[in-house]
Design a protein around this ligand. Structure first.
Ligand code: GLN
Length: 446
């Protein structure tokens, strides 16, 4: 009830939650009370949280903040929500996001942008912007977001909280509405690293309903958190710091020095393929999106146009009315790079370079245990920055997309504030399935 009150008070200010689920929340809370009485309560039992509006919840609105899915209520739960519900989680609502998770500011939401609780004149980041704002403004104890190219880590950084993108395959994508299936990964947004570890522990694990799910025995992540960091090799790749705000760079290097003072070793790394990461990401993500979004035809889901004279006309009008400008742009770009005559020149080439980027990361992790970098070139930009073209927005993803291409784990932890008083995020990346090491380093820093 306290949290419901907090949402009612703060949400009109931040536009973080687009569908509240208070009635369901009270039922979840009652179920949690039962678990407590029976004495089999998990750490997350009774803890109120929110989920990004692209994670399916049985009978509760899940719209990807798109007009094409307005009013859509799935008839099944995503695996992550199934797992959390079993542990007694309490769902307060679905969080605002960029339409279909495409964007870096959450401004493409059909419900309007959320506002950054640290400074409401600035964006929350995206695409899990509402999730970040809800946690930052104490409307939820934690949130689940999705990260295809930075969408958990970057809004966490812009809002000054923690965001974890786990190893690809470690958390089931079943019930996460697909954007770029080979890149998408669900992850927690929390106030502390320990909370991120607790939530990750609860949602990870093999799921036969997700064909890219991996069975990996992590053990209990919490046991790794306070391991000694002596002798840990930290890789610094200059390529990550190209064109980064100088103040941000200084503060991140101060953090690196702190690790060094406590026994970590610094290793210089070269990642030349990083310069291709952005075009590779936008070719692959858009190609997969153009295919994934083919299902919104007005027949099976959500919106259907009012009047039409043939089935083709119905599909054409439904999609024209339902999708926003950024989503349309990406469907067209994706269709283009997949069409005959262009497939080899763009899509196939991007897949080849993707392998090269993965190989470079693999080789890097033979020389060091973790990498440290910024999350984005700047802190949170101002809202309604109309001068920003799509391409300029894409450029701000430069530090986060390589991680999804490589499928490795990465966390964003707050690392100071800039001259405008906005939070700076530091990115800590590990090798595939070394999520525990990433959390261990972040916990030490925090
Ligand atoms: N900003 C990136 C994009 O627009 C990443 C989004 C995401 O991770 N979902 O594609």
């Amino acid at each position: 009830s306290e949290y419901i009150k907090a949402v009612e008070e703060a949400n009109p200010k931040y536009n973080a939650i687009v569908h509240t689920t208070f009635e369901a929340a009270l039922e979840h809370a009652e179920a949690a009370d039962e678990m407590l009485k029976e004495g089999n309560a998990d750490t997350l039992c009774g803890i109120p949280m929110v989920m990004k509006d692209n994670i399916c919840t049985d009978g509760l609105l899940t719209t990807c903040c798109s007009n094409v899915l307005k009013g859509f209520k799935p008839y099944y739960d995503a695996t992550v929500w199934e797992k959390l519900k079993e542990k007694g989680a309490v769902l307060l609502g679905k969080a605002n996001m960029d339409e279909f998770a495409m964007g870096s500011t959450s401004e493409s939401s059909c419900y309007g942008a959320p506002f950054n609780p640290r400074n409401t004149g600035h964006v929350t980041g995206g695409s899990s912007g509402g999730a970040a704002a809800a946690v930052t403004a104490n409307m939820a104890a934690y949130a689940l977001g999705s990260d295809t190219g930075g969408s958990v880590r970057q809004p966490a950084a812009y809002c000054g909280i923690v965001g974890l993108k786990p190893t690809y395959g470690s958390v089931s994508r079943y019930g996460l509405i697909a954007y770029g299936s080979s890149l998408d990964q669900i992850g927690p947004l929390t106030y502390s690293v320990k909370d991120a570890a607790i939530v990750f522990d609860a949602i990870k694990g093999f799921d036969r309903r997700d064909q890219t799910s991996k069975a990996f025995d992590y053990g209990n992540i919490l046991d790794y958190l306070d391991r000694d960091i002596k002798g840990v090799k930290i890789g610094i790749a200059e390529e990550f710091f190209d064109g980064i705000d100088p103040d941000m760079k200084t503060q991140i290097f101060d953090a690196v020095k702190l690790f060094e003072k406590n026994g970590a070793e610094i290793v210089d790394i070269k990642l030349p393929a990083l310069k291709s990461a952005l075009p590779v990401y936008y070719i692959i993500a858009c190609a997969e999106a153009s295919s994934n979004l083919g299902r919104y035809d007005g027949i099976r889901y959500g919106h259907r146009t009012g009047s039409y004279d043939s089935i083709d006309d119905m599909i054409y009008k439904t999609r024209s009315e339902g999708f926003g400008a950024e989503v349309k742009r990406r469907i067209m770009l994706g269709t283009y790079v997949l069409s005959s005559g262009y497939y080899d020149a763009y899509y196939k080439k991007a897949c080849v370079i993707r392998e090269e980027i993965r190989r470079e990361f693999d080789e890097t992790y033979e020389k060091c245990d973790i990498l440290i970098a910024p999350i984005a070139p700047t802190t949170a930009p101002v809202l309604n920055f109309k001068g920003l073209s799509s391409v300029e927005m894409y450029l701000s993803d430069i530090c986060t997309v390589p991680i999804n291409i490589a499928g490795i784990p990465s966390i964003s932890v707050p690392c100071g504030i800039d001259k405008k008083g906005l939070p700076i995020g530091m990115q800590i990346m590990g090798k595939r399935f070394d999520d525990a090491k990433v959390l261990n380093m972040a916990y030490f820093y925090e």
